[in-house]
Design a protein. Structure first.
Length: 447
């Protein structure tokens, strides 16, 4: 499968590569979450929109617009870069470029001073980092097929996804206590928001530290048999051919892209609006919002690690269905009651199910694809998610407008998740049927 030397069974029984490679793959996620959790969600986006901008509303608008452009760029580039990765057969090189580009953008946020003239710079740097981070995820996810076997997809995927949440918790704790609260224990000056800007450098160093092992140890792929020079037009032509093939021969995979895109949009909205609801609908202070965020990420990490084992034992489909059902029940409870305790319990239970769904979805796609088309399929997976990324936010905003209550915006998110579950349940897929299909079509066999 690759040029990594064979390892005796007693050294590695869960993957066709040394355990240190599997660990490096998992730790990359641990480091990458410093961007998602600290830069994009809880700290630096808040700093840019609320402190750098003279007007908070304008800051939010500029930030939202640049993120929208980033989403468009990801939707256009992800499948093309996935196709490129499959032709080049060097995911490690592409992952290295995308990872380092993300790190450079994060480090560049140090230069975003608390003055309105730096607002656009800050928003653009975060947006560009978002693009490179998502592209890195395409190359990263495709490596799952090269470091694991069908019997361990769930375990390895769940462990990495769980470590990602835990990494976000640790990075957020370091940011808050080392830099933010009361000036931080590191004693960085608050003049010019140097303590907050220092968080960007910390996150860049964090990602570099924990991402570097995979960039060094990632397994090499066998050479591609494809000929001819690559360009974007070629990529989109190949993509069109691929979509036609999916429609004719792998319609269940196309169905999965659609269903998972819908419910993953709902899952994204859960974390996007959790802090807003906690602060505005339940009156949480900034400190309480942070505590809630830490608890949610910690529980999500633990839940994902545990669910990865269930994935390997029962398959990804039951994990996805059960987790979505639990989220729908808890979401309905929050809609029915405005008590703080219901939000706390329901919110944390929901958080424990988000990671398992995301991890099991990655595991399911790995089971439905081949190593030769892994990057392309994960690129399509990312693009499908971006294509419907307006659903949950629009549904949330609509129910807030209709009811006049931010808390009842949850109805929109629950409806999107219910739609995703319905689409997923209608998909004809079982692991046994997939194995039979692969046995009948040698071109789909794994190396």
């Amino acid at each position: 499968m690759n040029n990594v030397p064979a390892v005796p069974a007693q050294v590695d029984e869960i993957a066709p590569v040394p355990r240190k490679v599997v660990r490096a793959w998992s730790i990359w996620d641990f480091g990458q979450q410093s961007f998602n959790t600290v830069i994009l969600t809880f700290v630096f986006s808040v700093y840019v929109t609320g402190t750098v901008a003279d007007n908070e509303l304008r800051g939010t608008q500029v930030f939202s617009n640049t993120q929208a452009w980033a989403g468009l760029a990801i939707a256009l580039l992800a499948p093309a870069m996935g196709t490129f990765a499959d032709r080049l057969r060097n995911s490690r090189l592409l992952l290295t470029i995308a990872t380092l580009a993300t790190i450079v953008c994060m480090a560049g946020l140090w230069f975003v001073k608390p003055e309105d003239s730096y607002l656009l710079l800050g928003c653009i740097l975060i947006a560009v980092a978002s693009v490179f981070s998502e592209l890195a995820g395409v190359f990263y996810n495709s490596m799952l097929l090269h470091i694991s076997t069908p019997k361990t997809y769930g375990r390895i995927s769940g462990t990495a996804w769980g470590l990602g949440y835990i990494g976000g918790v640790f990075a957020l704790v370091v940011a808050l206590f080392g830099f933010i609260l009361d000036g931080g224990m590191l004693g960085l000056p608050t003049d010019g928001a140097q303590n907050v800007r220092g968080v960007a450098l910390m996150c860049a160093g964090w990602f570099l530290l924990f991402g570097l092992p995979l960039l060094i140890l990632a397994p090499q792929e066998p050479p591609s048999l494809a000929t001819g020079r690559f360009n974007l037009l070629t990529a989109y032509r190949d993509l069109g051919v691929r979509l036609v093939h999916l429609w004719r021969s792998e319609r269940s995979l196309l169905h999965f892209f659609l269903a998972s895109a819908v419910y993953r949009d709902g899952l994204g909205a859960v974390f996007t609006f959790a802090g807003v609801l906690a602060a505005n609908a339940y009156g949480f202070s900034q400190t309480m919002v942070i505590i809630f965020g830490l608890a949610a990420n910690l529980i999500a990490g633990i839940g994902t690690w545990f669910a990865g084992r269930l994935d390997d034992k029962f398959g990804p489909r039951p994990v996805i269905v059960a987790s979505l059902v639990v989220i729908l029940v808890m979401g309905t409870a929050i809609i029915a009651s405005d008590a703080d305790i219901v939000f706390w319990v329901g919110g944390l239970v929901i958080a424990s199910c988000v990671g398992p769904i995301q991890s099991a979805s990655r595991s399911m796609l790995a089971r439905m694809t081949s190593a030769e088309t892994a990057s392309e399929n994960f690129g399509l997976y990312a693009t499908a998610g971006r294509a419907v990324s307006f659903l949950a936010p629009a549904a949330f905003a609509s129910f807030v407008a209709i009811t006049g209550q931010e808390r009842l915006g949850i109805i929109g998110i629950v409806m999107v998740l219910a739609l995703g579950l319905a689409l997923f349940l209608s998909m004809r897929f079982t692991e046994q049927a997939e194995e039979r299909r692969r046995a009948q079509d040698p071109t789909l066999e794994r190396p």
